[in-house]
Structure formats: structure tokens, C-alpha cells
Write a protein that binds this ligand. Structure first.
Ligand code: ZN
Length: 273
């Protein structure tokens, strides 16, 4: 069995603030180590559940967070940015299951630690067809395009509950309970890792019965931005339409194209900041 892990950082045990997850901040060195250990817990659980090959894609910020020298030797690491498929770089139809570790809730979610969707500064909402999606939803849809189901999600209780609403079969491991956006009651890291490892094993034991998230094709992706200038820039992409001063839409032939247009718009939106 082959497992793809998309590893984010905000959903790591103990994280409640940007100061803990941004490389230029003093607390970051501690929390990148805790992030690495949670990914290792997911790897250990996956191996116990029957995984033979594991690819980890570092999916947070610069995508250079995980300490490769401390990563479990049976996993391979994709790191660095930019990557065309960003948080899902490396996914293809050879995988049997996807894990989302350290994930957080979508932009605009109440009581979600550091809630955002791909960019805190730029994105208000992303809609894929009729679904409002956060990172978990958008990334699960791309995995679904390759017919790979999401088997595990870890993060705060709001994030994993939101993911489970979209993917009812997913194994959800909640390791902290938000108190608003910037505070939480968390398991101690050792206990969080125990839960993640056990969750990963359970997830893989059920992996064969999981259904990938298959969205209709074609489908429209709608991107709502913080500022109108961001929507202005997205209009540079042929085929985009302005459905609201802050929102652009694009009718994509499939999820893969919708994902690419979203990534391109994120780059354009960032250029206005
Ligand atoms: Zn992140």
C-alpha cells in the first residue's frame, strides 16, 4: 500500500498562534520539531496499517518545515516551494490513501485555530461547484481526481469535523479544542502522537472501503478575495469571469484544471499585497 501525506502545521498539538508557525519567529524552531514528530506518528501508524511506501509533502508556508534528518527513514520527503500542485505535490493515481496532518479549518470558520484557505491575507472563500471548500476540501477533490481517497485528517476538532462533513468516511483525529481562533486546549504532544499513530493504523485498515471524493466535470470554481484588486489580477487569466466585485469564477473542464487556476490566481492575488 502506498500513502501520500500532506503535512500542514497549524493543526499541530499546542499551536495557537502565527508566531509558532512562521520561520522568522522564535517559537518556530520548537514547533517545526513537533510538526515533524506528528508526521512521524502518522508514518508509524501507516506502516503498522500495511503501508509499504510513504511520500510526505511538506505543505506549510515555505514548505521547508519538516526536519528531514528526524523524519522516519521509510518515508520520502517533498519540500520547497513553489510547487505546481502546492499542498498536493506528488499525488497521482499510484497511491492508495491520502493523509492530511496538522490541518486547519477553512477561511471564515468560527473556533478554528488560524482558520484560512491557502492564504490568510487573500482568500475569503473558495467554492468548487456547490461546495464551499477549505484546504482539506480542495486537496481532497484533487486526490479524488486521481481516484485516491482521504483516509486520515488530524488537527483541531473544528478542522477535523469540517473535513468529516465533506468526507464522512475519513478517520478524524482531533488533538486540540479551539477557544476562538487563537487559543486552544490541547493534548500534550506525546498523547497527540499516540492518537495520530493509532488513527493512521485504523485509517489504513479501512482504506480499501473508502470512496474518493469525485466531483462532476466540468465544474465552476469561484474565488472570493479580500480585496477587489486581487479579483482584478485574476481576470488576466483567459476564461475567468467577474461574478462579484471581489469574486471571480472559472468554468473548468475538471478538478485538476480548477485546482491549477486556483493556484495561478493565488500567485496573482499575492502580487497585489
Ligand atoms: Zn499551514
Amino acid at each position: 500500500m502506498k500513502v501520500f501525506i500532506s503535512a500542514d502545521m497549524e493543526g499541530t498539538a499546542g499551536v495557537t498562534d502565527w508566531d509558532q508557525v512562521m520561520p522568522d519567529k522564535p517559537d518556530y524552531a520548537r514547533f517545526r520539531r513537533l510538526m515533524t514528530e506528528e508526521v512521524n506518528a502518522a508514518i508509524l501508524g501507516a506502516l503498522e496499517g500495511g503501508a509499504k511506501e510513504i511520500v510526505v509533502n511538506d505543505s506549510h508556508n515555505t514548505m521547508r518545515n519538516l526536519l528531514i534528518e528526524e523524519l522516519h527513514p521509510q518515508a520520502q520527503l517533498i519540500s520547497g516551494s513553489p510547487k505546481p500542485r502546492s499542498m498536493m505535490q506528488g499525488i497521482d493515481n499510484t497511491f492508495d490513501a491520502v493523509f492530511f496532518t496538522g490541518y486547519h479549518a477553512a477561511a471564515g470558520t468560527q473556533d478554528g485555530i488560524l482558520d484560512h484557505t491557502y492564504s490568510s491575507a487573500s482568500v475569503r472563500q473558495i467554492k468548487l461547484g456547490n461546495l464551499i471548500v477549505g484546504e482539506a476540501g480542495l486537496n481532497a477533490a484533487l486526490a479524488g481526481y486521481f481516484k485516491v481517497p482521504v483516509a486520515l485528517v488530524t488537527g483541531d476538532v473544528t478542522a477535523v469535523t469540517q473535513t468529516k462533513k465533506l468526507l464522512p468516511q475519513v478517520e478524524a483525529v482531533a488533538i486540540k479544542e479551539p477557544i476562538g481562533r487563537l487559543a486552544a486546549r490541547s493534548y500534550q504532544p506525546v498523547e497527540a502522537r499516540r492518537r495520530i499513530k493509532e488513527g493512521a493504523t485504523r485509517a489504513l485498515k479501512r482504506a480499501k472501503d473508502l470512496k474518493p471524493l469525485i466531483l462532476p466535470r466540468p465544474l465552476t470554481v469561484e474565488l472570493e478575495w479580500t480585496y477587489t484588486a486581487m479579483a482584478d489580477r485574476c481576470m488576466l487569466i483567459p476564461g475567468t469571469t467577474r461574478v462579484h466585485p471581489r469574486t471571480v469564477a472559472y468554468k473548468a473542464r475538471d478538478v485538476e484544471q480548477a485546482f491549477s487556476v486556483t493556484m495561478a490566481c493565488l500567485v496573482l492575488a499575492r502580487s497585489t499585497l
